[in-house]
Design a protein around this ligand. Structure first.
Ligand code: FAD
Length: 281
């Protein structure tokens, strides 16, 4: 499967047989215009700036890359479009894009140490980041009536964008793993929702354990159910195995995404596991 990365775009191919060369878009300079404390471990940060002109409305579970300041910098250095990648660049979900206001909202989990999480914990209005993207996400099948969304807090924004795209004809079982009950929030969708919030606690080594337990406790999952599964990388693999081997879901119904990896810095943005038959664009 080929995907356009968040920071590259194909140019028009010179002829039908020549692959299009990729040209990176210049990173966009954005400023923090609002910081909202949604819950103890979740910050909603609104980014704005004239350079967001032309930033497109994004589809469900799409992604952007954000470049954070290095220690000692008040503002990150703008990377050259085709220069080396910034060290402190991480992947996030554009939760809401308001092109007319030149604004993008991003929800950050405060998980502990890391350039992104540490920055979000101290974020103030006026601080500067660079933004690249967007990259593609999950093409929601609006004709399908049965959906199962399984995610931890890092993919909660992605789940919200999927829920926003689902029609009233859809029934959705949602399993969400968060640090504590205080992280729960209202979810909005035209679809019929059955939501389970699962508290993991602050020990990230237990990542995926509550999701696994909840999955085993579900009534039989209908064969036609489409599954979106996004969480810690090893947990994603374990949960997909469980879905296939024990719950009888066929692999092609499952889109799996590793959003972060325990003890790994800057886990890549395209961890699909062994999801060769991914339906994501
Ligand atoms: C497509 C995509 C979209 C994403 N969207 C979002 C989003 O909207 N909001 C969001 O909060 N995250 C999102 N993530 C996850 C985010 O990119 C990672 O959590 C990232 O590692 C955070 O960077 P950092 O600098 O804070 O930590 P890093 O420097 O990358 O990692 C440091 C350590 O922190 C731990 N760690 C990293 N992330 C987590 C976590 N979420 N929970 C517990 N421990 C962690 C790891 O053990 C790692 O060793 C997304 C990831 C992908 C691939």
């Amino acid at each position: 499967m080929t995907t356009a990365s968040a920071d590259s775009q194909p140019l028009a191919p010179p002829n039908d047989s020549t692959p299009a060369p990729r040209k990176r878009r210049p990173p966009r300079r954005v400023e923090v215009s609002r910081v909202q404390i949604l819950s103890p471990a979740m910050r909603r940060i609104t980014l704005t700036g004239a350079e967001l002109e032309g930033f497109p409305a994004t589809g469900p579970a799409s992604y952007i890359k954000l470049i954070f300041p290095e220690p000692g910098q008040t503002e990150p250095i703008r990377p050259l479009p085709d220069g080396p990648r910034a060290v402190s660049m991480r992947t996030y979900t554009p939760l809401a894009v308001r092109p007319e206001a030149l604004e993008v909202d991003v929800d950050f989990v405060l998980h502990g140490e890391g350039p992104a999480s540490s920055w979000a914990a101290q974020a103030r209005v006026g601080q500067v980041l660079f933004l690249m993207g967007p990259g593609p996400g999950y093409p929601v099948d609006t004709l399908a009536t049965q959906h199962l969304l399984i995610a931890d807090d890092s993919a909660l924004p992605a789940v919200e964008t999927i829920l926003a795209a689902l029609p009233a004809s859809a029934s959705v079982q949602v399993l969400l793993e968060v640090i504590a009950d205080a992280e729960q929030r209202e979810l909005h969708s035209a679809a019929k929702l059955d939501v389970q919030w699962l508290a993991r606690g602050t020990d990230h080594r237990l990542t995926g354990v509550p999701l696994e337990k909840a999955l085993r406790g579900l009534p039989p999952v209908l064969a036609e159910t489409l599954v979106y599964l996004a969480c810690e990388a090893a947990a994603m693999r374990r949960l997909r195995q469980l879905l296939v081997d024990e719950l009888g879901i066929s692999r092609e119904k499952i889109v799996g995404r590793g959003y972060w990896k325990l003890d790994v810095i800057n886990h890549p943005d395209h961890d699909y596991g062994d999801d060769e038959s991914s339906r994501a664009a």
